[in-house]
Design a protein around this ligand. Structure first.
Ligand SMILES: Nc1ncnc2c1ncn2[C@@H]1O[C@H](COP(=O)(O)OP(=O)(O)OP(=O)(O)O)[C@@H](O)[C@H]1O
Ligand SMILES: [Mg+2]
Length: 96
């Protein structure tokens, strides 16, 4: 089956003053259609950052994210809004 989601060298660095926090460091992952996946990791390992990046909610730091053949990292805000409406669903747990 085709890859529906492809992450190539996904990197996210937060800047807080003169501090740099590497939340994601070169993540490579592909997910096929109908595949069901679970992200597991210790607190602070980047589990929440990753779906935020995939939805284009976070500014990308040098990454390639392809969903349904569309490059998320190349979209402007207007394109991202349309893309999210058509392809993305996020559920936030208010207790975390
Ligand atoms: N907006 C932000 N500004 C600065 N640093 C951030 C921001 N969001 C997350 N981080 C940092 O990025 C790293 C990854 O955070 P993230 O929230 O993705 O981890 P997590 O795996 O979801 O953790 P948890 O299990 O506690 O929810 C952590 O070091 C966190 O402090
Ligand atoms: Mg989290």
């Amino acid at each position: 089956m085709e890859d529906l989601i492809v992450l190539n060298n996904v990197r996210k660095v937060y800047k807080m003053g003169d501090k740099r926090i590497v939340a994601l460091n070169d993540i490579n992952l592909s997910i096929k259609e109908k595949e069901f996946i679970c992200l597991l990791g210790t607190s602070g390992s980047g589990k929440s950052t990753l779906p935020n990046m995939m939805a284009g909610l976070e500014k990308l730091t040098k990454s390639e994210i392809i969903i349904n053949s569309q490059h998320v990292e190349k979209m402007n805000e207007k394109e991202l809004a349309k893309f999210r409406k058509l392809h993305i669903g996020l559920c936030f747990n208010p207790t975390t």
